[in-house]
Every structure is written in structure tokens, then in C-alpha cells.
Design a protein around this ligand. Structure first.
Ligand code: NDP
Ligand code: GDR
Length: 374
């Protein structure tokens, strides 16, 4: 009998990679998707299986983490061996604008799932993975951050995730459930949402290089992050549920870089040599050289990045660096992709999209390239 898994957030970056992984392992995969007024399944369209065909292995259910009865009904129907709680309002800056919604979905949503498992008497059968985050460390108390580092979240998102972290530990301790937290540091991919910083940069610069946009407007480019590839990280999510007993793990690369560095790498992948000039909110990135044919719209002297206070957060997490020693030792974790390889992959895909849009534009067919804020 194949195992069954339920993924909340299956339409997101991680959900799509995890669904691919579990299908390849022979799982029957169930995912919760939100009702939206337009299609929101682009990231999983390539693995979609027609429910009208016999014996599909991928099933989508309408649902929402704010809806207890809906979650309970889905878990009752699916009787999953594993639940991966990846669904969340996952944007830190947005959480300052929608703190109550974020608390409901990212905090109480986790409780609703755990309580549904318990209420249905599945606590011995169903294993539970909680998508915890390096944002728990916030104002860091120790560098690098490990499983034992104290938490000090700095956003409504971080605080909501803190509740989820502890309620997961609590259900493990109180009811003996196999429930664990993956404390994952930032992980990116070509499927990353367009308003997270790496994708904003790769998509923005690719568009600028092709003449579809003129300038990136950025926030705190001195911010330091430990970036890995989402495809590598979902393997650890699965592995955490395959251990003899449930434990919490930090997943990170152990390497740190600045947002400014990520901008430089992205430009360099496009054949652009950048120079940063000015200080604080007056800092700009100027094109010094253009090599190759990837940036036909640019010439030396063009300004491609400016700082805009709009993208500063009321409270910032300045520096994160993970220590993945425990995962290395117990899960055999080795990140397979370096941050430069990640950046190259993201630029390659965003350049391809920008070139397609340019071609459409030349034929009077282009959909406008949306400038996402965030
Ligand atoms: P995404 O933002 O790409 O995906 C979030 C998913 O959650 C989407 O499928 C979204 O649906 C869904 N969702 C949002 N609100 C609700 C809701 N009310 N009810 C049900 N589903 C909802 O995030 P990632 O894939 O990057 O991250 C996955 C999880 O891991 C998140 O919980 C995130 O907080 C956490 N995390 C992420 C890290 C990262 O660097 N990526 C690091 C550490 C933790 P829709 O597509 O309709 O918007
Ligand atoms: P983060 O990711 O807040 O770490 O949360 P994000 O990519 O949004 O920001 C990283 C850093 O870059 C700085 N920054 C900007 N960020 C955005 N989005 N837009 C900008 O213009 C900009 N300029 C500078 C930010 O201030 C920040 O310091 C992500 C999410 O995936 C969470 O769900 C997850 O829990 C954590 O990673 C780990």
C-alpha cells in the first residue's frame, strides 16, 4: 500500500517541489488549494492529474487554514500518513500590514491541523511536519543559529510562527504525536514568489536587461541571509518524518551573503558589471560595462537600482546564518546547490521569460509586465 500525504500550501514554492518529490516516491499526494478568482496552480500544473482518469495519484481539495471544519473533513477523508503544513501568509513585510490574518493562518492554522489529527484519533498514525523558520531567531542571540539558540521574532509573521513552533512541540510532548519542526533558513528557486528579495532581483534585472522595466527599487540591501535551494530543502522535510523519533532540525547552508551581493551576482549572470555609489537611501547601482548579448537594453552609465524607504520594515532581521550540524549528522544533510548556482538558475529562467515577453511586445501581443511591490 502506498503512503498518503496531505500538503497545505501545495500551490506555493515548497509545496510544488515537495509534491513532485512525494509523487516520485510513490505517495498518494493530497493538497489543499485556496479558492481564488483566477487560476493559482501554475507551480503544479506540470504534475496535475486529471481527476476524471482512473487512479490519480495527485488530489486537490479546496480549503483554507482559517477553516477548522474544512480541515477536519479533509483529514478525515484522506486519513494521511503524513501532513506537511507549508501553507502560510509567508511574506514578512506583508505581515506588518495584515498582522491579525497572519496570526490566524500562520499561528492558529497549525493548531487547527494538530487538533483535527487528535480529534479524529489519528495521533498514532499521522506524522506532522511544521514549516518553521529562521525568522524565529529575529534579533539574533547567537551566531550561527542552531536548534538551541533562543528565539526573538521581529515581525507578526515571526511571532505567529513562534506559536506554531511551540504548539507543535506541545502536541509532541502532551499527546506523544510524531510532530516536528523544520527550522528552515531562506530557500529560493525559479518558483520563488515574485516579491521575495531574490526573485524580485532576478526577475527585475532580467526585465531591465530586456528593456521591459527601468529600475529596481529596493529596501535594506545590507541585510544578510543564508540562502539555499528549495529543491534541496524539501528533501529534508520528507526525511524529518522518516526518523525513528520526532525531532526539530535547522536546515541551512552555513554560508551568509548580503542582498547587495545577490544583486551583483545576478547582474554578472546577465553580463553586467555594476558599481554601487552613494550611501543610505541615496545609494544607487550604475552599469559600468555590458558584455555579451543578454542585456541589449543597457549601456554604461544606466542606473538600474535605487533605494526606496517603502521597502524598509518597521523592525528588520539584519543577519541570519544557520548551523546545520545536527541535520548533517542525523539526516546526512549536504546542500547540493551553491548560492551562485541558485542565482544562475533563477536568472536563466527569468531571462527566458523576459525574452518571451519582449518577443510578444514586438508583435504587439505583450501582456504588461507587472511591477510587483514587496
Ligand atoms: P509560498 O508563499 O510560496 O507558499 C505559501 C502557500 O500557502 C501557498 O500555496 C498559498 O496559497 C498557501 N496559503 C496562503 N494562505 C493560506 C491560507 N489561508 N490557507 C491555506 N493555504 C494558504 O511559501 P514557501 O513555499 O516559500 O514556504 C512554505 C512554508 O515554509 C511557509 O509556511 C513559509 O512560511 C515557510 N518558510 C519558508 C521559507 C522560505 O525561505 N521559502 C523559510 C522558512 C519557512 P496561494 O498559492 O493560493 O497563495
Ligand atoms: P525574508 O525574505 O523576509 O527573509 O523571509 P525576503 O526575501 O522578503 O527578504 C530578505 C531580506 O531582504 C531585504 N530586502 C528586501 N526584501 C524584499 N522582499 N523586497 C525588497 O525590495 C527588499 N530590499 C531588501 C529584507 O528587508 C530582508 O532583510 C523569507 C520568507 O520566505 C519567510 O516566509 C521565511 O520564513 C524566511 O524567508 C526564512
Amino acid at each position: 500500500m502506498s503512503k498518503s500525504a496531505l500538503i497545505t500550501g501545495i500551490t506555493g514554492q515548497d509545496g510544488s517541489y515537495l509534491a513532485e518529490l512525494l509523487l516520485a516516491k510513490g505517495y498518494e499526494v493530497h493538497g489543499i488549494k485556496r479558492r481564488a478568482s483566477s487560476f493559482n496552480t501554475q507551480r503544479i500544473d506540470h504534475i496535475y492529474q486529471d481527476p476524471h482518469e482512473p487512479d490519480p495519484k495527485l488530489h486537490l481539495h479546496y480549503g483554507d487554514l482559517s477553516d477548522t471544519s474544512n480541515l477536519t473533513r479533509i483529514i478525515q477523508e484522506v486519513q494521511p500518513d503524513e501532513v506537511y503544513n507549508l501553507g502560510a501568509q509567508s511574506h514578512v513585510a506583508v505581515s506588518f500590514e495584515a498582522p491579525e490574518y497572519t496570526a490566524d493562518v500562520d499561528g492558529l492554522g497549525t493548531l487547527r491541523l494538530l487538533e483535527a489529527i487528535r480529534f479524529l484519533g489519528l495521533e498514532d498514525k499521522t506524522r506532522f511536519y511544521q514549516a518553521s523558520t529562521s525568522e524565529l531567531y529575529g534579533l539574533v542571540q547567537e551566531t550561527p543559529q542552531r536548534e538551541t539558540t533562543p528565539f526573538h521574532p521581529r515581525s507578526p509573521y515571526g511571532v505567529a510562527k513562534l506559536y506554531s513552533y511551540w504548539i507543535t512541540v506541545n502536541y509532541r510532548e502532551a499527546y506523544g504525536m510524531y510532530a516536528c519542526n523544520g527550522i528552515l533558513f531562506n530557500h529560493e528557486s525559479p518558483r520563488r514568489g515574485e516579491t521575495f528579495v531574490t526573485r524580485k532581483i532576478t526577475r527585475g534585472l532580467a526585465n531591465i536587461a530586456q528593456g521591459l522595466d527601468d529600475c529596481l527599487h529596493m529596501g535594506n540591501i545590507d541585510s544578510l541571509r543564508d540562502w539555499g535551494h528549495a529543491r534541496d530543502y524539501v528533501k529534508m522535510q520528507w526525511l524529518m518524518l522518516q526518523q525513528e523519533s520526532p525531532e526539530d532540525f535547522v536546515i541551512a547552508t552555513g554560508k551568509q551573503n548580503s542582498v547587495r551581493q545577490f544583486i551583483e551576482w545576478s547582474a554578472s549572470e546577465l553580463g553586467i558589471v555594476l558599481e554601487f555609489s552613494g550611501e543610505g537611501i541615496d545609494e544607487v547601482a550604475i552599469v559600468r560595462e555590458v558584455n555579451g548579448d543578454k542585456a541589449p537594453a543597457l549601456t554604461a552609465g544606466d542606473i538600474v537600482m535605487r533605494i526606496n524607504p517603502r521597502y524598509f520594515r518597521p523592525a528588520e532581521v539584519d543577519s541570519l546564518l544557520g548551523d546545520p550540524s545536527k541535520a548533517k549528522q542525523k539526516l546526512g544533510w549536504e546542500p547540493e546547490t551553491t548560492v551562485q548556482e541558485l542565482c544562475a538558475e533563477m536568472i536563466a529562467e527569468d531571462l527566458e521569460i523576459a525574452r518571451r515577453n519582449t518577443l510578444l511586445k514586438e508583435h504587439g501581443l505583450a501582456a504588461p509586465v507587472t511591477r510587483e511591490s514587496g
